[in-house]
Design a protein. Structure first.
Length: 189
């Protein structure tokens, strides 16, 4: 098995997170010094970006720790692809679109380095993490209680949620295929 290293995407996530934290702090200090609406708006913007990035990294790492040894029941209704999903994935050509998706930890999904059981586990774990992130994407709406601009927080939260929905769809698209390959391999034994 190849040595696990940080992917470019994961490194970019961390760098973006640090950048957004620094920019939020700088604009916070500028706003305190000059009491300027622009500096305040930039502070809130970068604070929100920081939240979205740190939340995604934290949820991914926490789910990885919690679910590392969990056995998932892949045939449970919760993990089965519905007829509607199958038709939707075909309609939006997810098979082609998913090839351009970013992956923070590509080694977890490397078909040449992982067993089918490992792939299924990692895919299901990723699905759970992205579902949790979808819900947590709406936490910034609460920021509007302090900062106003409800519409901006709702729009950015919906957009962030939809990005994670895309990754949930990829996992739900791939799982039946990996299960079929695993079954074929098991039957060949």
């Amino acid at each position: 098995m190849s040595k696990i290293k940080a992917s470019k995407t994961f490194i970019l996530l961390i760098l973006a997170m640090v950048l957004f934290a620094v920019l939020a702090a700088v604009f916070y200090l500028l706003d305190k010094r000059f009491d300027n609406g622009f500096f305040f708006a930039m502070f809130v913007t970068f604070l929100t970006f920081f939240y979205h990035f740190i939340m995604r990294v934290a949820v991914g790492e926490i789910i990885t720790l919690i679910y590392a040894k969990r056995d998932f029941r892949y045939n449970a209704n919760r993990y089965r692809q519905s007829r509607f999903e199958k038709a939707l994935y075909k309609k939006i050509n997810l098979k082609k679109a998913k090839k351009n998706a970013l992956t923070a930890k590509p080694w977890q999904f490397d078909i040449n380095e992982r067993t089918y059981d490992e792939l299924l586990h990692n895919m299901t774990q990723a699905e759970v993490a992205h579902e949790i992130v979808m819900v947590l994407s709406f936490v910034p709406v609460l920021f509007s209680l302090r900062f106003g601009a409800l519409g901006v927080f709702v729009i950015t939260s919906v957009f962030a949620c939809l990005i994670d929905l895309y990754f949930v769809m990829i996992q739900r698209f791939n799982r039946p295929r990996v299960l079929a390959l695993k079954k074929k391999m098991d039957n060949a034994k």
